[in-house]
Design a protein around this ligand. Structure first.
Ligand SMILES: C=CC1=C(C)c2cc3[nH]c(cc4nc(cc5[nH]c(cc1n2)c(C)c5CCC(=O)O)C(CCC(=O)O)=C4C)c(C)c3C=C
Ligand SMILES: [Fe+2]
Ligand SMILES: [Fe+2]
Length: 358
């Protein structure tokens, strides 16, 4: 129900984080340069210092461009991730946009954009505005809200729209961490693997965030993420409704409930820490070490419900790097629950959420 009639199509922008254009040091350097100079991603450095540090040191070293004789860390990982279809994050994003457009039909105009690199938000938004859409619905491909991801997407959209003479109706989707259809796809994907009881333990591993950012995002100041033992963000209320950590715990609870998992069978943990500051705890890597060394765990099942498609952080970081460490500590195998990717049930879930929001 809208306050005015809509003429023309409704625009939809599906936005994910972004990925390098190619698995080469130059492209990875460009990607990391844009990503890590975002003040919502590294939020504790003055602008000029962030530019110098990221573009002069962090991105060149991480991408390997600073050392022409050795392929750098992130570039090597992207080379392992790359498939004949390119980066999975972009490949599945493109399929999602195409299928969502097909399901929504003529009433809608749908585009995929990436917060960093390509296709850019600027180019996709321009296409929608040029098509004369009556509204734009921004649908970030992050089920849980974080200032560094969803917040940054929304800020970039608002920055671009603020320059327009004609600003259409705008809908900004914040999060969908408990969407029943999304929860069911993750749960069904685990069920389809068969034998949940055969696993020694189940991990729900989310992308981490610096504790500093979690504190800013949760006025309740409960520090639930500082050591992973406090339980104040293990329920969502008005005060912590946008807390990333609280939303992650809520996603875990919903999947666990759908599967009927007892609480002692699973752990929520956080991965992909960058830098020297404390991030949300427990760290996935510490949880794996404890499970292997102290609890004698051999077979683990791992959900990655902060990501809607395969990406570096799932396929490579968990599937290869953590797997290797786990084996060194005496474990045998970490099975990854398949991501949502181009699953028709996930596509239907997105279509349904967009119909409600637009
Ligand atoms: C799912 C939500 C994500 C949050 C929250 C997030 C926060 C965050 N990330 C970094 C630094 C890096 N992240 C990198 C890769 C990456 N991150 C996400 C998602 C979230 N990040 C995705 C989907 C990906 C993979 C993209 C792909 O191409 O497959 C990387 C690049 C890889 C590397 O060099 O290690 C960095 C760097 C920070 C600092 C941060 C919060 C402050
Ligand atoms: Fe990240
Ligand atoms: Fe919290």
């Amino acid at each position: 129900m809208h306050v005015q009639e809509h003429f023309g199509k409704k625009g939809v922008l599906l936005v994910n984080l972004g990925t390098p254009d190619a698995p080469t040091p130059r492209a990875v350097n460009r990607y990391l340069g844009e990503f890590l100079t975002d003040p919502r991603v590294i939020d504790n450095l003055p602008g000029a210092a962030q530019q110098v540090l990221v573009r002069g040191i962090i991105a060149p070293i991480r991408s390997g461009i600073a050392n022409p004789f050795k392929t750098g860390g992130s570039t090597k990982l992207y080379q392992e991730l790359w498939t004949e279809n390119g980066s999975p994050l972009k490949y599945y994003g493109e399929i999602l946009a195409k299928e969502v457009a097909k399901s929504l039909g003529d009433e809608y105009e749908v585009r995929l954009a990436m917060r960093y690199q390509n296709p850019s938000i600027a180019s996709a938004l321009k296409e929608l505005l040029d098509a004369g859409v009556s509204s734009v619905t921004i649908f970030p491909l992050f089920p849980q809200y974080a200032s560094a991801t969803t917040g940054s997407v929304h800020q970039e959209v608002m920055r671009l729209l603020s320059k327009e003479q004609l600003i259409p109706n705008v809908n900004l989707v914040n999060s969908y961490y408990e969407n029943p259809a999304l929860i069911k796809v993750f749960a069904d994907n685990a069920r389809d693997m068969g034998g949940l009881d055969d696993y020694d333990h189940i991990i729900f591993s989310y992308h981490g965030l610096p504790q500093r950012q979690l504190k800013k995002g949760d006025p309740s100041d409960c520090y639930c993420y500082a050591d992973g033992t406090s339980s104040c963000c293990h329920s969502i209320q008005k005060v912590n409704q946008f807390c990333y950590s609280a939303q992650c715990f809520a996603t875990t609870r919903a999947i666990a409930a759908e599967l009927g998992l007892a609480e002692e069978r699973y752990t929520t943990s956080f991965q992909s820490r960058l830098g020297f500051d404390d991030w949300a705890k427990p760290y996935t890597i510490d949880t794996l070490e404890d499970l292997a060394k102290e609890k004698g765990a051999k077979r683990l099942l791992c959900f990655s419900p902060a990501f809607v498609s395969d990406c570096l952080e799932t396929t490579i970081e968990i599937g290869l790097e953590y797997q290797e460490e786990f084996e060194e500590w005496g474990g045998e195998h970490i099975d990854l629950v398949p991501s949502l990717n181009d699953d028709p049930r996930w596509i239907a879930a997105v279509v349904e959420m967009i119909r409600v929001e637009s």
